[in-house]
Design a protein around this ligand. Structure first.
Ligand SMILES: [Zn+2]
Length: 385
């Protein structure tokens, strides 16, 4: 299984400047692609030919920009096909992550040599960076596949490693499960025999609220002082450090939350998980306030983590359209918005709001419509940390 780790590194000042230059050059490649495509649409092969030998970075790094451009176009096309409003790549960039593929780097002891290839007939001096012990230990457990130079508050390396482990064989059982992703309850789940779990996301939410508050506070202070003054620099540094810390906490919590759900799924012998895909529905309909936007970003993270964590243990993960799954009554089909902890309908049906949503998604996945499948058994609450 492939996974990505983010890592900081050490290098000489000269090499650091050259790394910054790499990302500027990659941005030039990106901008050039936009220019070429505006003139006349070309295939990936033609694009690669047109860009060959123009830039002083590894030819594979140039190709990687083309790959990313083409992937973005494909994603836009499929979004458009699904009726979503999305634009083809158009924004010019000043920096773009540089990628080194398998032949583009060499690994020596604790150093990494990033090749810049041949430019104007001359082999260029590679860039050397030093990695931390913990990163080295992780890398040594698998096979290094790709390295990208990214911006994450500072220059960092995103390293893709294949740990050589295959995913577990598919779980054989007829237990299926529906899950509902939300902000206060991060994951609510309901499986075919009636067991449920709610993984709460209160801590996650409070960290995010703290981050927003601090960010607003620092931005306000920043706007009051002169650009590049000593105080301005100090505040910018404080902002960077705060973001790094809170982002790490958020990432940690996201892993914890998804991990505890996966553990529950294994315990209950679940073979397939249906998840309501909030993306299409929300984007099409309306834009909500900032807090909603933020949680949407988290939906994405939870989706992403669940996808690979479930695959690793042999559980199928399927996204389905969640149209009205939280609003519909499974007994009579009436629709109304739920405002309290419990969903109540005038026909007499009541259920815990989050479990109600998860059960409706399971019903949608299994029957294609919302109806009552199984009564709800015990409710299990899990708080993350
Ligand atoms: Zn009803």
């Amino acid at each position: 299984m492939k996974r990505t780790i983010k890592s900081s590194f050490n290098c000489s000042r000269d090499n650091l400047n050259r790394l910054f230059a790499c990302n500027r050059i990659s941005a030039l490649v990106w901008n050039k692609i936009l220019e070429i495509q505006r003139e006349k649409l070309r295939s990936k092969g033609d694009l690669q030919k047109a860009l060959k030998g123009l830039y002083p970075i590894n030819s594979q790094s140039v190709q990687a920009v083309t790959d990313k451009y083409c992937a973005a176009c494909l994603a836009t096309k499929s979004a458009k096909d699904n009726g979503l409003a999305k634009k083809y790549p158009w924004r010019r960039k000043r920096n773009f992550p540089t990628t080194w593929k398998a032949d583009g780097f060499k690994f020596l002891e604790n150093r990494l040599k990033l090749s810049l290839g041949i430019f104007a007939g001359k082999r260029q001096k590679p860039i050397e960076v030093k990695l931390s012990k913990s990163t080295l230990a992780t890398i040594k457990r698998g096979k290094l596949q790709q390295i990208s130079l990214i911006w994450d508050g500072w220059l960092k390396l995103a390293i893709i490693i294949d740990d050589g482990k295959a995913n577990a064989p598919a779980v054989q059982s007829d237990v299926t499960c529906g899950i509902d992703l939300g902000e206060i309850h991060s994951i609510a789940a309901f499986e075919t025999s009636g067991n449920t779990i709610i993984v709460t996301g209160r801590l996650l939410r409070s960290v995010k609220q703290y981050q927003l508050k601090k960010l607003a506070e620092l931005s306000r202070k920043l706007s009051k002082c002169k650009t590049n003054s000593r105080r301005h620099k100090k505040l910018r540094r404080a902002k960077r450090i705060m973001l790094q810390k809170t982002n790490a906490q958020i990432r940690d919590l996201n892993h914890k939350i998804t991990r505890s759900f996966v553990a529950w799924a294994i315990e209950n012998n679940v073979s397939k998980v249906y998840v309501g895909n909030p993306e299409g529905v929300q984007r099409k309909k309306h834009r909500r306030v900032v807090s909603q936007k933020l949680s949407r970003w988290n939906f994405g993270k939870h989706m992403e983590y669940l996808e690979y964590k479930l695959a690793a243990v042999g559980i199928v993960f399927e996204k389905i359209s969640e149209a009205y799954s939280t609003q519909s009554c499974p007994q009579c089909g009436r629709r109304h918005k739920c405002t309290s902890r419990n969903y109540r309908c005038i026909c007499g049906y009541t259920a815990h709001r989050d479990i109600h949503g998860a059960r409706n998604i399971l019903s949608l996945g299994l029957n294609g419509k919302i109806c009552i499948t199984t009564p709800i058994k015990e409710q299990k609450y899990l708080r993350t940390a």
